[in-house]
Design a protein around this ligand. Sequence first.
Ligand SMILES: Nc1ncnc2c1ncn2[C@@H]1O[C@H](COP(=O)(O)OP(=O)(O)OP(=O)(O)O)[C@@H](O)[C@H]1O
Ligand SMILES: [Mg+2]
Length: 453
Amino acid sequence: METGQKETVLIVDDSPININVLFEFLKQSGYKVLVAISGESAIEKAQKTLPDIILLDVIMLGIDGFETCRMLKESAVTEDIPVIFMTALSDAVDKVKGLRLGAVDYLTKPLQKEELLARIQLHLKVRSMSKRLAEQNEILEQKVAERTAKLSQSLKELQQAQLQLVQKEKMSAIGQLMAGIAHEINNPVNFISGNISPTHTYVKNLLQHLQLYREAFPNPGKEIEEHAEDIDLEYLIEDLPKMIESLKEGTDRLRQISSSMRVFSRKDTSVKVACNIHECIDSTLIILKHRLKESNKRPAIEVVKEYGDLPLVCCFPGQLNQVFMNLIANAIDALEESNQGQTYQQIKANQNRITIRTSVVKPKETVAIYVKDNGIGMSEEVLSQLFDQLFTTKPVGKGTGLGLSISQQIVVEKHQGKLSCTSAPGQGAEFAIEIPINQPDDSEIAPGRLQNS
Ligand SMILES: Nc1ncnc2c1ncn2[C@@H]1O[C@H](COP(=O)(O)OP(=O)(O)OP(=O)(O)O)[C@@H](O)[C@H]1O
Ligand SMILES: [Mg+2]
């Protein structure tokens, strides 16, 4: 009870004499006193005024004190108000029954004023203390709940950060390895491709020269004629230029792979750069080529590119490459799963296909990249957990369940975009990435700093 505010005592008695005596005495003792002359009116008054304590006569006309007490204890509003029964010495009442109903005490009439006061004070004190205790308890429980929630949130964040660190480390190690390999390949490839063109010219000249000799000396003698036959000169003359052509093709492919490896493994700068999304996707596809090509179990996975006319997009290309890699690798996994138990011919009849579509969604605002496969598809249950960290349906060692949660973080948090998926069992899956063309922190973009464009 707040200081300065009088405590309220409700007296319930159907005898006006009793009421008068109590009323005066309690008022003089400093209480605010309310009166009710029946059980019914006592309940009504108690609910309206919420007194701090009730003195309740047991024997009354209408509903008696026990019944009144039972009803007070049944109501959530009044159940906590302490009730003291008052009985005349001559009343043959069952005191235990009253206490069982929830009363805190019994007083016998005629009342000893000092005793009455002492008991009222005692029960008011008990009540205020238990109220405080309940409040403290509630605060404590709330605090414990808050702390527990905070702790489990921190634990979750810690686990998440740890996993992402591992994944990041892994990606950066792979990136470094790729950049290293690309660098190492580059020198010999440049050396070969640099020599192919003069070699081609030399060979052409030599063959021309040989032709002139043959025309000038149609009968070179037995030894030369035999040697020409031994080395199958006619076939050699026909095949040599073709061989050089295919050497050129091979080195061109090597150069393409090494440049894709460099594009793919590019280290992200701290600021976003304007980037050609199609080059990013293409480099990722080349890195994954070994998984797309034909094997003895299935024909090559067909990759259909439906590229729209995209502007340069401000992004962290290394991170976006990681997203493309995750989505395309998942699509390949989903296709391979749908191939399980099927023959080469059956798979061929239902061509494994990955379609990559890009478009500008809102002109000058957003681009969309769709990665679609006709693989195994997903149930509602898988769909609902798709982006959860560590959620995987793949066997241990094959999937960690990090790919999509990291991809979502890259798209949503690092690029303020959206990543979503539509799928149904047996119907394949389509992932949609949407990212703003100009990122909100465009001011950070270094002027004239264009990458892979
Ligand atoms: N294209 C898809 N088709 C069908 N299911 C998919 C596809 N992409 C993802 N899934 C489902 O979502 C799950 C989670 O994918 P996510 O990339 O996060 O993890 P993962 O591929 O299992 O493992 P990780 O990518 O870490 O190696 C997969 O295990 C798979 O069940
Ligand atoms: Mg994955």
